[in-house]
Design a protein around this ligand. Structure first.
Ligand SMILES: Cc1cc2nc3c(=O)[nH]c(=O)nc-3n(C[C@H](O)[C@H](O)[C@H](O)COP(=O)(O)O)c2cc1C
Length: 338
């Protein structure tokens, strides 16, 4: 290694320590996750919204929180609204907070989906100097590469998006049958809304969003750990009209009502009928009714979290952190870290 490279690597070690972890980090958890509770603050008593929360769009960053009909009107104050992310066990520490500003309300049956813009956020997963070292380095890199991004998020939005991934997001394979044939692609911008509703966001500039729009229905399969690297490799399908089912490297079965091909090993399959479509910005928000929800096993399923939260989860457990980095690489690329 050249002297330049050696010094660069030494400086990075001093600045970032052991926090250079992939931002999109994969872990295996039982579904539904029980590590994080999310509260909505600012309307009187805090409201648990862990399973009523979704990202509706990335640029602008818009978050959706569903409340029961009348819950918003019954609340008091509605000022300094925020989402607070707490560890569920142990000392129940506050790990992150996102301040919100009301943007729109979408009425649903017995439910209201409140859409919020993001005013700011704080992240407690890393010590502040390390956190800001990452933010400054990301800002520098984003400035240099801004021309190559099709989703242009502000620094404030990027920091808040990191906080949203303190709550583990299940990775799913969405499959559908459209006019051009079938397709299957990975998804993680999604969330339950309660009262039989589910929402997900797809990039407007990719084919997947338009295929769902045309088909009006989709099957969502949770991903077991052994299928993770294959699911990642299927990201390219977001850009395709269709794929050949018989080229997929895993066995298929059909979903219960829609008879759409889904992975035979899927531990859980939901079928969704799209009811509303909102084009917000970089992403289109789909609000759907759950038509069926079949659970086949309690095995560990792939969840995505932010690398900062993984560092916090593994604090004081250096060897486990190293092992989890190797597992993440294996999950994504089917490769062990050398
Ligand atoms: C694990 C994973 C999850 C993804 N989840 C979503 C999603 O929820 N919504 C979406 O629009 N795209 C999702 N994508 C697709 C990517 O954002 C991207 O559009 C896709 O990989 C195609 O690459 P490109 O945009 O660079 O052409 C996901 C990709 C991966 C690998």
């Amino acid at each position: 290694m050249s002297i330049y490279r050696q010094s660069r690597s030494a400086i990075r070690k001093i600045v970032f320590g052991d926090t250079l972890i992939p931002q999109e980090f994969t872990i295996g958890l039982i579904d539904p996750q029980t590590e994080i509770t999310v509260f909505l603050h600012g309307m009187g008593a805090p409201i648990v919204v862990t399973r009523r929360l979704t990202t509706a769009c990335c640029a602008p960053l818009v978050l959706g929180v569903s409340l029961d009909e009348g819950q918003w009107a019954a609340g008091s104050g509605h000022c300094k609204l925020s989402l607070r992310f707490y560890e569920r066990a142990g000392a129940k520490r506050l790990l992150g907070e996102i301040w919100l500003e009301s943007r729109a309300v979408i009425p649903l049956d017995c439910t209201e989906l409140h859409l919020f813009d993001v005013l700011g956020s704080i992240n407690h997963c890393l010590p502040r100097p390390r956190l800001w070292a990452h933010f400054l380095s990301q800002a520098y890199s984003n400035r240099r590469n801004v021309g190559s991004f099709d989703v242009k998020m502000t620094a404030r939005e990027l920091r808040a998006a990191i906080v949203t991934f303190i709550r583990p997001h299940p990775l799913m394979l969405g499959s559908l049958i459209g006019e051009a044939g079938g397709n299957m692609f990975p998804m993680n911008l999604m969330g339950e809304l309660g009262n039989g509703y589910f929402a997900f966001a797809l990039k407007d500039s990719r084919r997947a969003a338009h295929l769902v729009e045309d088909a009006g229905r989709i099957s969502l399969s949770n991903v077991p750990l052994p299928l993770c690297s294959t699911a990642f490799q299927m990201a390219v399908n977001h850009t395709k009209d269709s794929i050949s089912w018989d080229q997929l490297p895993f066995a298929l079965k059909t979903s219960k009502e829609f008879r759409i091909p889904v992975p035979a090993a899927a531990p859980r399959v939901r079928e969704l009928q799209v009811e509303q479509i909102r084009k917000i910005g970089s992403h289109t928000l789909f609000i759907a009714r759950i038509v069926s929800d079949e659970k086949y096993s309690d095995d560990l399923q792939v969840h995505m979290i932010h690398g900062f939260f993984q560092h916090w989860r593994m604090r004081d457990r250096k060897s486990e952190l190293a092992a989890s980095l190797a597992a993440d690489l294996l999950n994504k690329r089917g490769l062990a870290r050398s």
